[in-house]
Design a protein around this ligand. Structure first.
Ligand code: NAP
Ligand code: MG
Length: 488
């Protein structure tokens, strides 16, 4: 059901080469509030022609002296200025994020927006710290002076998902701009509003026109046109593994650089010696934060058998107590799922899992008459081939399993095509570090889950993708290394 919202539905143009514009064929997309199912805005459906225009604008900006020759400290200051403007507009951004994505206002105002700002702050400093090296060589005959320099990779196409819209935009844009690249950014069609607000602030901060272009439209058309475009040097993508594979295959045709942050099926392992006051709420938050729509969600909970009943009862208890509701209500802890399509997919996977023998301990149902609300759900008794253990659900569904043989933990934890993250809950330091080495995941948390920081590298192993965002390694995604060798 698509209804019009009672307040005026606003047209939000996109931002190309410093100009606010609609699609060349005037096509539009509805932006939906998932708590009410009402249309809250229209955004342009960028055509292939619009993508081409944006890419060419980014290419012009790349060689425009006002950007190319900007001193590193000036670029750093510009990124800090953008962070200042984000701070000044934090309340509006949080409300917009909650309306567009559905997440609780407590989450958007205390996590999403401050974290996005901190990424710009952290990355700003790298603008002036991109050093090469002076390299001694052994080539016979002469003396040489050799060195390496890091140059911007060029025009970057960035495609991001809907679960943390502004955070994703910041994780993509900030390192690319620090490196001196120019960007065409496409937010997810479900959540374009904070990226467009960000474009407004980018304009206000004084970035030269064309350095950042924000275009809106669906992945299958607008996104695919970006991946195809020969004028884009690199695609940075966050989203599903299925789409990531398609992008890597397409990008190979023009040997575009690609970095991929994909899905996950992350294990949380709780030992009997864990501090349960930490581990029980920690395991619950690991899966239910943002209604489970988190790439690093701890969706498989392994508990040492002798503590299984206690831990599972504790987690299920918390799950049943979370307050579900529209994100705009201040006491809401769990907001809606992003879309009808997504909640139907969660429903289907749950039914499939139950038909394969899993048992629902709590939750399992949709909630309310309006909006896409899903109860936090805990499931037990899933066999190793159960869909609930194999598929990324991207919803508030936790599968719990007892472990009898502690030696089997690495094998169980690694029994997935994914390798994004894991958490280990124990007070035994040696055991924790030893297991951290044996789990194939880009991030392993010990006695915590979901600690994401601008300084900490984040990314996947196996089919969770390649490349590391955040931290100094994010700059590797947006720079080329050039070698210069001089005969003296
Ligand atoms: P998705 O369908 O892969 O979409 C992600 C982005 O890719 C969206 O902007 C989408 O556009 C675009 N897209 C879709 N098809 C495309 C194509 N053929 N060519 C180019 N772009 C295309 O994923 P989703 O369902 O929105 O998001 C959930 C998934 O993202 C989950 O699997 C989750 O694990 C993953 N995710 C991973 C991370 C991470 O850091 N590893 C973070 C967040 C989410 P439209 O949506 O506008 O059509
Ligand atoms: Mg929306």
């Amino acid at each position: 059901m698509n209804t019009r919202s009672e307040t005026e539905v606003i047209n939000r143009p996109m931002f190309i080469e410093g100009v606010w514009c609609g699609a060349s064929d005037e096509g539009q997309l509805d932006v939906i509030d998932p708590a009410t199912e009402a249309t809250i805005a229209y955004v342009p459906h960028a055509t292939t022609e619009d993508v081409d225009y944006a890419v060419k604008a980014a290419r012009r900006a790349l060689t425009n002296p006002s950007w190319r020759d900007m001193k590193p400290l000036a670029r750093e200051a510009l990124l800090h200025q953008l962070a200042n403007l984000l701070e000044e507009n934090a309340d509006e951004l949080a409300k917009l994020e909650t309306q567009d994505n559905g997440k609780p206002i407590s989450l958007s105002s205390q996590v999403d927006i401050p974290f996005a700002i901190s990424i710009f702050r952290y990355m700003a400093g790298w603008s002036s710290k991109l050093e090469g090296a002076s390299i001694p060589i052994s080539f016979p005959g002469s003396e040489f002076h050799s060195y390496s320099i890091r140059e911007p990779i060029g025009v970057v196409g960035q495609i991001i998902p809907w679960n943390f819209p502004l955070v994703m935009a910041a994780m993509k844009l900030a390192p690319a701009l620090a490196a001196g690249c120019t960007v065409v950014l496409k937010p997810a069609e479900q959540t374009p509003l904070t990226a467009l607000k960000l474009a407004e602030l980018i304009e206000q901060a004084g970035f030269p026109p064309g350095v950042v272009n924000v275009i809106t439209g669906p992945g299958e058309t607008t996104g695919a046109a970006m991946v195809d475009h020969p004028g884009i040097d690199k695609i940075a993508f966050t989203g599903s593994t299925a789409v990531g594979k398609m992008i890597a295959a397409e990008a190979a045709k023009t040997v575009k650089r690609v970095s991929l942050e994909l899905g996950g099926k992350s294990p949380a392992v709780v030992f009997s010696d864990a501090d349960f006051d930490l581990a029980i709420p920690g395991a619950a938050e690991a899966i239910f934060l943002n209604s489970g729509q988190v790439c690093f969600a701890g969706s498989r909970l392994y508990v040492e058998s002798k503590s299984f009943d206690k831990v599972v009862a504790g987690v299920a208890d918390l799950a049943s107590q979370f307050k579900l509701g529209p994100g705009c209500e201040p006491d809401t802890q769990i907001g809606p799922i992003i879309s009808a399509r997504q909640i139907n997919r969660i429903d289907q996977l749950l039914q499939q899992g139950v038909s394969q023998g899993a048992e629902i301990l709590t939750g399992g149902k949709r909630h309310g008459k309006q909006g896409y609300f899903m109860e936090p759900t805990v499931v037990a008794g899933a066999a190793p081939d159960n869909a609930l253990l194999r598929e990324e659900i991207f919803g508030p569904v936790l599968t719990v399993l007892p472990i009898d043989d502690l030696a089997a933990i690495p094998t169980l934890a690694n029994d997935t095509t994914y390798g994004l993250a894991a958490s280990i809950w124990t007070q035994d330091i040696s055991r924790a570090h030893s297991l951290a080495r044996q789990i194939n995941a880009g991030t392993v948390w010990i006695n915590c889950h979901g600690v994401i920081d601008p300084a900490l590298p984040f990314g996947g192993m196996k089919q969770s993708g390649y490349g590391r965002e955040n931290g100094r390694h994010a700059l590797d995604l947006y720079t080329e290394l050039k070698t210069v060798c001089v005969r003296i």
